[in-house]
Design a protein around this ligand. Sequence first.
Ligand code: GLN
Length: 543
Amino acid sequence: MTTTRFIFVTGGVVSSLGKGLAAAALGSLLQAHGYKVRLRKLDPYLNVDPGTMSPTQHGEVFVTDDGAETDLDLGHYERFTGVHARQSDNVTTGRIYSNVIAKERRGAYLGATVQVIPHITDAIKEFVLADLTDEDFCLCEIGGTVGDIEGLPFLEAIRQLGNELGKERSMFLHLTLLPYIKTAGELKTKPTQHSVKELLSVGIQPDMLLCRTDRPIPENECRKIGLFCNIPQNRVLAAQDVDTIYRVPINYHEQGFDREVLRYFHLEAKEPNLAKWEEVVRRVMEPEGEVTIAIAGKYTSLLDSYKSLNEALLHGGIANKVRVNLKWIDSEVFEREDVAQYLEGVNGILVPGGFGERGTEGKIKAAQFARENKIPYFGICFGMQLAVIEAARHLGGIPDATSSEFGSSDHAVIGLMTEWLKGDQLERRGKNGDLGGTMRLGGYPCKLQVGTKVHGIYDADEITERHRHRYEVNLTYRDAFEKAGLVFAGLSPDGVLPEIVERVDHPWFIGVQFHPELKSKPFDPHPLFRSFIEAAKKQSLLV
Ligand code: GLN
C-alpha cells in the first residue's frame, strides 16, 4: 500500500485557465523541496484516448515512452518535472467505461446491476491509486470545468477518495479566475464564489484556491474570498499572468504556494533551490540574438496542436541564447504561390508531423527549397517522409515517388510496414485495422552510424525516441535514396526501420521518423533542437 499524498486539481469559471501548467509548476516546486512526484490527468471526454481527435480540436497528442497517446497536459508535466509520464497517468471517461463494460460482458460483476456509482467511480479510484510506489505526492488534475455534466463521476470519485485517504493524505486545490472589470476598476470575486459553491454541491470543500488574475489581488479581496469560500486567507493565492510560463514555479514560490501546501500536509518547508528556473527565465527573457524558423504545417489554426514543438524550439533558443521567432505557414499556400516569397530570409525550415495528403505538395516544395538553398532543414516524422519523397523525385530518378498514405502507387518510397520487432517481440499492424490502434507508438531504440552528423549531435551510439506514425521509409529503394544523396544515419537495431536521414551535401538537413520534441525540457534542451537552432544561428550570421 502506497503512502503517497494526493493533490486533486480542479478548475472553475472558465476553461483554459492553465490547470495543467499549475499542476506541473507545483510538481516542480515540490521536487525542488526534495519530494518525489507523479502527475496524472483524468479527462472527462468519451474518446478512449485523444489519438483519434484532430489536433485542432484538443491540441497535440502527447506520446509517452510506453506508447500511450495522451493529453497535451502530460507534456507540461514532463517539461516541468522531467518525470516521464506513463499510460497509467492519463485516463478518459471513454477508457473507464470501455473497461467497465468489458468486465460486465465477462460476467465479472456476478449479477450486479452495473452503475455509475459505485462501478464507474470505483474504476476511477482504482486508476488514481494504481502504479504508485514511493512517490511522496501524486498531483491529479481533473479535466474540464466544475459544473460540466461529464465531469461528475470524476468529482464523486475524488470526493470519496478524500474521505478514504483523510486530510493527511489528500488536498483539494481549485483553480479559478478573478476577472478585472474595467468600468468598475475592480477584480471580481463572484465567479469564484459560485464555482466553489458548485464544488460544494458535489460534496467537495476546496482546501486551497489558486486565482488566475492579471494583477495583484488586494488583501481585502483575498479575505473576502476566504470568508465566502470557507478557506483560510493564507490558502487563497494569486496566480498572476507571467511573461514566460517558465517563470510560474518562481512566481508560485514567491506567493508562498509551496510553503502553504507543505504546511497543509504538516511537512517542513525549507528554502528550495530554484536556480535552474531562474537561469531558464533569464535566457528566455534576455536573448543575445534571434533566429527565424519557418514551420510549414497544416494545423496552424490552433497553436496548441504543436505544443511540444513550440516548446522544444524555444528550448533550442535557450541553449543558444537566442530568441526563436516562429513563422507559421499553412503549407497549402506553397501549392498556389511562390515558395521563395515566404521562405527567403528565414534561418531554418521545419516540416512537422502530420497526417493526410492535404498540403503535402507544399511541404515537399519547402523541403526542396531548403535543400537547394542550403537552409537548415528539420523534418519531423511526416517532415522526414516528405523530404525523402522530394529527394527521390528530383534526384533519385523516381519522378512519381510518393507515400502509400496517399493511395496505391507503383513507387511508394514511403510504405506501410506490417510487422517489426520491438525488443524480441514481434509487433504487427493490419492495413484495415481501426485508425485508433495501428500505429508504431512510443519509445523505440535507434542505432546511430558512427561518423554521421547525428552521431556527433547526440554523442551516443544508441538512442531511444518516441514514435507516432503508420508509414515507414521503404528501404527497398535504397539505391535511389543513395543516388539522391540521402544517408540513413539512424536505423532500428535490426537495421529494418530507417529512423534518421541526413544529407551529406548540406550544412544541416536532418529528417527523423520520431518526435524528438516530446522529450525536450527547458533545463535540458533536446540535442537535435539545440543543434538545429545552432545551425540557424550560423545561417543568420551569413545573411
Ligand atoms: N502520416 C505519417 C505516418 O503515419 C506521419 C505521421 C506523423 O508525422 N506523426 O506515418
